[in-house]
Design a protein around this ligand. Sequence first.
Ligand code: HEM
Length: 509
Amino acid sequence: MLLAIFWMLLFTIVFLYLYLRRIIEFVSERKRLIQLVDKLPGPHAIPLLGCAYQFKWNDFEFLDQLKSWATEYGPKGFVRIWVGPVPLIFVTKVEAVQEVLDSKVLLTKSSEYDVLAEWLGTGLLNSKGEKWRSRRKMLTPTFHFNILIGFCEVFAREAQILADQVEQYADTDQSFDLFPYLKRCALDVICETSMGTKVNAQIHHDSEYVMAVKRLSELIWKKWRLPWFRLKPVWYLTGYKTEFDKCIKLLTDFTRKVISERSKQLEIEMSMQANNSNGNTVKKRPAFLDLLLMMKNENKLTYEDIREEVDTFMYEGHETTSSSMGWTLWYLGHNPHIQQQIFAELDDIFGDSDRPITVDDLKEMKYLERCLKEGLRLCPAVPLFARQVTEDTPLCGYTLPRGATVVISTIYIHRDKEVFPNPEDYDPDNFLPERIATRNAFAYIPFSAGQRNCIGQKFALMEEKMVIATLFRKYEIKSTETADQVRPMPEIILKPPKGFEIKLFRRHK
Ligand code: HEM
């Protein structure tokens, strides 16, 4: 009996020592977080629900509500919004954006990115600390301009397939949704440039790979937007977990198979090169995968590291570009006078010739580039990104406490009327060199900025120019829906609620 009491006492003491200490630490950390977060201006919050009790149910009304809170509480650079027990600190002013993105401390992605990790692992987008730093250093040269030049042939070929596919609608006065065509084109581009293999999504619309990418993006967004899906029982019971895992397996198995085949092929090519004494080898354009496999040969990466990075490029590299091309084309479809200026630029470059577009031609398309940049200003493909505050960080006269999440909304920052005089108007002249020179560089950040900026931004702009120029060499377009019908939906990637309905007309030069 005494022994039993002794063991019980010992157990209780150990339990209290181990857990009570943690509970006390948790409570005091939480108290501290709440105190510091509540020093930031923001709407009224109540325990547990935070500001959520005031949230509008309708998506668009909710967005308007966030915007009006940012205007009301954000003049000092931040507004804090409690989403239940989670404090989100939205950045509202350019000066604060600069401090956040320039910070050497705010480099860690927030827990919202964890759902992506199940697919992308800790590839460049998700990784942190030393892993991210060394990977970024290693991967930056793979996006060098000389490598991108080699991809232009892929951009041009896929753009031409797109132009051929939509020809059926030309001069029919029938409107159609351009978005799925753009998505399939961007998917074919990224598959070939990152893996050196083709999925031919533009031709086989219902390939398993294409369907899995589409479904996975929908499920990831569901988990982000509706917090109850983060609870494991709900996620499992709704069957989404099984579907999610099935898509991930299909995609990652595909990537692993491509890596393994490509690796064998590369070995054969290298030994052929070594045996070929007269050096008459045919030089093939390397895909990102080939460059990563060479790093593996130098023991810098494992197969799984390569898989993570290739899948990261696959994800980051096609939804973003298709969204941004779609928005730009939609704005252009409402602005025939701007299309005329693009036609004039293209006619200056090509005259009556229908020769293929070269890299040098792309450099000449200065006006088209301004149009793309303006599209990305009004509708940035990545409308939100977030950082975890890992240590107390003084910013703009406040302290951002460790444990909080800082959110930058590009779509909000890009529409600041103190920076862009008519922020809601589509005006490519916002990107005239003299206008750019007058504003803070952090007022326009579609590719983020600072150390964790987008590694693929040059790739994206080259691809988009190629696709849009190919379309406009042949067609003019008219958007058939109004701005009210096509309000941007801020999912992970900014999308139209339904699509981009347009009519297509052959150009008569
Ligand atoms: C219009 C097209 C694109 C836009 C608007 C865009 C935007 C962005 C933004 C805002 C970030 C920072 C995200 C964050 O901090 O959470 C980012 C990161 C990244 N992007 Fe892009 N992106 C585009 C195209 C691409 C392409 C084509 C690729 C690859 C082929 C790519 C690869 C990446 C990667 C790997 C990162 C993570 C970089 C790091 O953390 O070091 N992106 N992108």
